[in-house]
Design a protein around this ligand. Structure first.
Ligand code: C2O
Ligand code: CU
Length: 459
């Protein structure tokens, strides 16, 4: 593998990594999570701090860490100038706690509060983010890591959370207020000009043969990340919070918006050297983080890891399928969409665009009044995802994890978000075992805003 390592030009070199103090207050039993304005050191020190919207005023928001089976209890207090709500991405919560305005709750107005209280059935790497006006609110920084620990600690030397976000900044490192521009909405979304890594805890030096667990999270509104490690070798242990049955040798990590990957990485480079996390763009690797590696001759490399313990998710099989649901994605630039239904009205493309809509799911733009399907609790559902657009989409189902049914009859890993490339058709299967109304949408939040969202009723 040859890798062309260059420094990121935009806004200078490697960004300073800001440690975010968790300043959560408590009220009774409920820890308060305040959505408010704040400042974050995102750009290098020669730039000013960036005005952000964040949980407890920071970005990422405070680390929420629980053990499998525990309850997450937070009182959201909204001090933002917009209504908001929190979604616990990838957690199979009960429906009322899913944080989706218009579906599971009303958006919390400025000055309002909402209490979230939900059980964490699965161990793994999750995240939380705003689910109201999310193309703007997530882009402003309203997200944080949610880690659910396995009951037993794993055999690693470092457990790191790595969130890599794509920011669109002005030349004074302020968030560009170009939200919801039709050109972004109809193409690949609001792509930024500054990719920034946050590492929790911040580690700068490693020893040879250290084993790291790295929990990669992509909170970007629209950017697909391609990440690489240098000086480390390892395995993908889990995707979207769900352990792989067989760890996969690590060879680059593709993360669509909202996706996660848990990696075990062994420091294999000869000390003294540096190990790196890189973002790949074309044939260039941009350094996101650098570690000095020191030698420790007394330690040798660990054996290949055993899989992480599985989560209690029922795996759907094709033989058990009782419902087949088509899901066709259309629209966008170069998509040739002629018309679609929006708010119950059939509209031509021009009229859709006037309403800020440019994508459809099964011919409908935006959230329909009725679910796209109603399935009974416990049914095994097969969805045929057909991407008839000229762009990739990161399709996310709430409340469930699904598996891909591959053309050769094998199953992919459990996921909550699947990247479907342009012109691709992919089959997913899942057991609809979580009652309620669940969103299904593109997690490129610009696409979601511009039409790619619908919902499924289970129960
Ligand atoms: Cu990250 Cu609708 O969710
Ligand atoms: Cu999309």
């Amino acid at each position: 593998m040859t890798l062309n390592v260059t420094r990121r030009e935009m806004l200078g070199g490697i960004a300073a990594l800001a440690a975010v103090p968790a300043m959560a207050g408590t009220s009774g039993q409920m820890t308060i999570l305040t959505a408010r304005e704040g400042f974050a050191r995102l750009a290098p020190s020669e730039y000013p701090e960036t005005a952000i919207w964040g949980y407890d005023g920071g970005v990422p928001g405070p680390l929420i860490q629980l053990t499998q089976g525990q309850r997450l209890r937070r009182r959201l207090v909204n001090e933002l100038p917009q209504p908001t709500a929190v979604h616990w991405h990838g957690v199979r919560v009960e429906n009322a706690m899913d944080g989706v305005p218009g579906i599971t709750q009303d958006a919390v107005p400025t000055g309002g509060q909402f209490e979230y209280d939900c059980r964490m059935p699965d161990a793994g790497t999750f995240w939380y983010h705003s689910h109201n006006q999310s193309a703007e609110q997530v882009a402003r920084g309203l997200y944080g890591p949610l880690i659910v620990n396995e009951p037993q600690e794993g055999d690693v030397d470092h457990d790191l959370i790595v969130m890599v976000d794509d920011w669109r900044m002005t030349d004074t490192a302020q968030i560009h207020d170009s939200f919801n521009q039709m050109h972004d909405l109809s193409h690949a979304g609001r792509l930024g000009n500054y990719v920034h890594i946050e590492m929790i805890p911040k580690v700068t030096s490693l020893s040879r043969n250290d084993r790291l667990r790295v929990r990669f999270i992509n909170p970007s509104t629209d950017r697909i990340l391609r990440l690489r490690l240098r000086g480390m070798e390892g395995w993908v242990m889990a995707l979207d919070g769900m352990p792989l049955e067989t760890p996969q040798p690590l060879n680059g990590i593709v993360l669509a918006p909202a996706q996660r990957a848990d990696v075990f990485a062994d420091v294999t480079t000869e000390a003294p050297d540096t190990a790196m996390i890189l973002q790949q763009e074309g044939d260039k690797g941009y350094v996101l983080a650098e570690f000095t590696v020191t030698g420790d001759q007394s330690r040798s490399r660990r054996q290949a890891p055993v899989p992480l313990p599985p989560n209690p998710v029922e795996k759907a099989t094709v033989d058990a399928v009782t419902r087949q649901l088509p899901m066709t994605m259309e629209g966008g630039a170069m998509g040739g969409l002629r018309e679609g239904i929006y708010k119950g009205q059939m509209m031509g493309m021009r009229e859709l665009v006037e309403n800020g809509q440019v994508w459809t799911l099964n011919g409908v733009a935006g959230l329909p009044d009725a679910p796209f399907a109603e399935v009974s609790l416990g049914e095994t559902v097969q969805m045929s995802l057909k991407n008839e657009t000229a762009f990739p989409h990161a399709m996310h189902l709430h409340g469930h994890h699904f598996r891909e049914l591959r053309p050769d009859g094998t199953y992919g890993p459990l996921r909550d978000t699947l990247l479907v490339d342009r012109s691709q058709s992919r089959e997913i299967v899942f057991v609809a075992d979580n009652p309620g109304d669940w969103l299904f949408h593109c997690h490129m939040l610009s696409h979601q805003t511009a039409g790619m969202k619908t919902w499924l009723r289970v129960g």
